[in-house]
Design a protein. Structure first.
Length: 534
């Protein structure tokens, strides 16, 4: 594993391994745990890593071996119902209690010195936030990598089902803890059958052929689209950050499916006065732990050494480091701007984009969205191999995609912070989604996605309604000669489930109705401006 990357720190210790330890949960379930440790005399802190994805590849080398080499005890544990642990896996519901039970077991181990840290990505971030809801005194540092704190937001956006990501999570949670071979077979089966599954009418239950059986929790998350539904009560651990005092490092990528959750937690931690750091790289959810691993590991190790070993020598001088798209450079910042000044860009006839505000709210142009031939998704913050920046020209050639493009730039335009759009829309059915994307168009006409978002329209008759769509965040330089492009469509399938146009649930709909979506002149794209990049 070490040979797979350049730039990892030199090994400090040989590593010992105690596999298959049994940690009792509060209800008596056995939580199977592997213990990695430095083969050396000394007093070493402990890292808790709890995962529903098994304890083999890549977790054992990346988290067990590499961190133990650097002078940490590491306990790598399978969440209940996975990897041989007892009980039944139930997404999010048992992590706080099982984390506390594991700490109770730790306190009885002769090698535990009372200093604890946590580290891990994705759902391994959720288990950290769950423990932090009532942080034990031993917990001295957290490192949340491409992490989750709000399951609802992983599966839904403004009531629209994040279909492709839901299916990818279903495969990961069902098969990854069984080992890499079963997981890869299942992932390939989903890829082959993705079109059939995502175009089924109804969607409910269609995943069974691809996932090899029913997954009750996946049915539940797909069919509960309302964030206020009782099903989601207690799911979000966002409140962990509102009063946390445990130093916490946050790591994400610009095309990470959970990037918005990372920015939310950074903002909460800062407002709470908690010591925190933020690293944002040019990564997707998975590439952060692959191509980005040398940077992610170095950042994580420096934070853990500083707060568990009283060695701050590896910390950077600023709280925030971001990779600047379009410039391909890293930049250290004093803070991440949660509410920066913004410049407004407006759509005008003939597909142009201007900074001159319109005089009225007249209809500008329209397009027909047909859920029987849905606008396809292309790149962006997905959990699949197709995530990330892509050339959008094939997508933009479709008749159901609007484009508004600014003039060639005579000087660079830098954006830093959250991007959003306020769209003034009318429809002929009253039921539609709107997908909006920011692209960077180079001198050859190649259009590459920077960030995007989807909102759900609930209009009445022909009168326009306004919907504000969060398009995530960006740190990007539009170079001289490039153009800024605003792309608008009625969906991005199968990333999001098709809006049937009838008001019916996308999961249960069996009939579709095309919708004509009309954009009005008072729509606006807001791009954050910040002098930190100039």
């Amino acid at each position: 594993m070490r040979a797979a990357w350049r730039g990892l720190p030199a090994k400090r210790h040989q590593v010992g391994w105690e596999p298959g330890l049994v940690v009792p949960a509060a209800d008596g379930s056995s939580l199977i745990t592997d213990h990695y440790f430095p083969r050396a005399e000394g007093d070493f802190p402990t890292l808790m890593v709890r995962s529903p994805y098994g304890r083999g590849l890549p977790w054992s080398p990346q988290y067990g071996l590499l961190f133990a080499e650097q002078g940490f005890h590491v306990i790598l544990q399978s969440c209940r119902g996975t990897g041989g642990s007892g009980g039944t896996f139930d997404l999010w519901r048992n992590e706080a209690a099982d984390g506390r039970a594991t700490l109770s077991w730790l306190r009885e181990q002769p090698w535990f010195n009372g200093t604890l840290g946590t580290v891990g990505p994705s759902y391994l971030g959720y288990v950290q936030w769950a423990l932090a809801l009532d942080p034990p005194p031993e917990l001295k540092a957290m490192v949340v990598q491409v992490g989750l704190h709000d399951p609802y937001a992983l599966f839904h956006a403004d009531g629209a089902l994040r279909l492709e990501n839901a299916l990818a999570v279903g495969v990961g949670m069902t098969y990854q803890h069984q080992g890499m071979v079963p997981f890869l077979r299942a992932a390939l089966r989903l890829r082959r059958r993705l079109r059939d599954v995502t175009t089924a009418q109804p969607l409910r239950g269609a995943y069974v052929s691809a996932l090899g059986g029913e997954v009750p929790w996946l049915d539940d998350v797909m069919t509960h689209a309302d964030a206020q539904d009782a099903y989601w009560h207690g799911a979000s651990s966002a409140e962990s950050a509102e009063r946390l005092r445990v130093p916490t490092s946050l790591i994400t990528g610009w095309h990470d499916a959970l990037a918005d959750q990372t920015f939310e937690q950074y903002d909460r931690l800062r407002r709470a006065g908690c010591e925190t750091a933020l690293l944002v790289g040019p990564w997707t959810h998975t590439s952060a732990l692959q191509q980005g691993w040398p940077e992610v590991f170095a950042e994580s190790l420096a934070w853990l050494r500083a707060h568990l070993c009283a060695d701050p020598s590896g910390l950077r001088p600023t709280e925030v480091r971001v990779h600047i798209g379009g410039e391909n450079a890293w930049r250290d910042l004093a803070d991440w701007p949660s509410a920066p000044a913004a410049t407004s860009w407006y759509p005008v006839p003939d597909g142009h984009l201007t900074q001159r505000a319109p005089m009225d709210s007249a209809p500008l142009t329209s397009f027909r969205y047909d859920p029987a031939d849905p606008t396809p998704s292309l790149g962006g913050p997905l959990l699949s191999r197709t995530a990330g920046p892509q050339d959008n020209r094939s997508l933009e050639a479709r008749g159901d995609v609007l484009m508004f493009t600014g003039p060639p730039l005579t000087e660079p335009v830098d954006i830093l912070g959250p991007v959003s759009a306020r769209l003034s829309i009318s429809t002929d059915t009253g039921h539609a989604d709107v997908f909006t994307r920011l692209c960077d168009v180079d001198a050859r006409g190649r259009s590459v996605n920077v960030c995007d978002g989807l909102g759900r329209l609930r209009t009445t008759g022909q009168a326009p309604s306004q919907v504000t769509v969060s398009m995530s965040s960006a740190a990007h330089r539009f170079a001289v000669g490039h153009r800024i492009r605003w792309q608008i469509s009625g969906g991005a399938h199968p990333r999001f489930a098709r809006n049937p146009g009838t008001g019916d649930s996308p999961v249960d709909a069996t009939t579709f109705a095309p919708v004509r979506i009309t954009l009005h002149t008072d729509s606006v794209l807001s791009l954050p401006h910040n002098s930190a990049l100039t």
